[in-house]
Design a protein around this ligand. Sequence first.
Ligand SMILES: Nc1nc2c(c(=O)[nH]1)N[C@@H](CN(C=O)c1ccc(C(=O)N[C@@H](CCC(=O)O)C(=O)O)cc1)CN2
Length: 301
Amino acid sequence: MNAEIKTQVISGKLAAEALLSEVKATTSELAKSGVQPGLAVVIVGNDPASQVYVSSKGKKAEECGFLSIKHELPEDAAEKDLLDLIASLNRDDSIHGILVQIPLPAHIDAGKVIQSISPQKDVDGFHFTNVGKLGTGMLETAFVPCTPAGSMRLIEQIHGKDLSGLTAVVVGRSNIVGKPMASLLLAANATVIIAHSRTKNLEAMCQQADILVAAVGRPKMIRADFLKPGATVIDVGINRVAAGPDEKSKLVGDVDFDGAIDRAGAITPVPGGVGPMTIAMLMSNTLRAASLAAALKIRTY
Ligand SMILES: Nc1nc2c(c(=O)[nH]1)N[C@@H](CN(C=O)c1ccc(C(=O)N[C@@H](CCC(=O)O)C(=O)O)cc1)CN2
């Protein structure tokens, strides 16, 4: 153990609870004007992990005081049926947020489905309109994808909102996490490097990071020696691995937590780090969608 570094384990569980309390309080306020946020979650097929996440989203939405609707389609559902469902949810005034759980079965074009969601109800922040707003820094009206938005809140706990002078390295370039994460860090004035599977000398790249975000989907790929001493490490990875011959599988991140804890200044655990923030941010985005919709209606009359 490095005696000079006292590492802070960043609890996403606590941060998510705090955010959810805020969402509940604001939802009660909104109820006084007759507005109840409505979230529709759509799942296609029987992927066990997706079933768990969707049920958790539904429960949290109810706890927040939202109208919570779940639509389940079979694994072999036609793409047109899904598109028709989304079209009807787009028209439904009681629904402010629409989320289609990912991954979708291979015969469905996920891109087409996502782009069919009204940008004003796209609480996942995956629609081109919201991607464009985030990329151009229009954060006031953008819906930001929940995992990067939640990660950013955790980073703010350590560094505040202004990351001027800090170097952030994002490992992973997915549309859902890596790219939006980089945009958020850039909007907060960090100097941002995006590393990925084709990056040469990843280790040296990571060692420059005051803030390292790991979103590669490879268990324990980021080792302690990749870290600058004192770095803030945000582990987005959720990898299920075999624990031992007779034991149940367990969840591990993209970072070797046991090694990194001796070198990082602050680090998120897996589970209990970024994961819980993803669902809390979804509630926050849905509340915002409902508030924006209500404000627009007031302005129209
Ligand atoms: N439409 C979307 N699909 C998917 C998203 C998303 O943001 N929108 N993200 C992921 C899955 N996901 C939410 O949908 C998600 C993943 C993990 C967690 C979480 O809380 N994980 C826990 C561990 C849970 C466990 O024991 O399995 C943790 O890390 O502590 C929440 C949400 C892909 N699909």
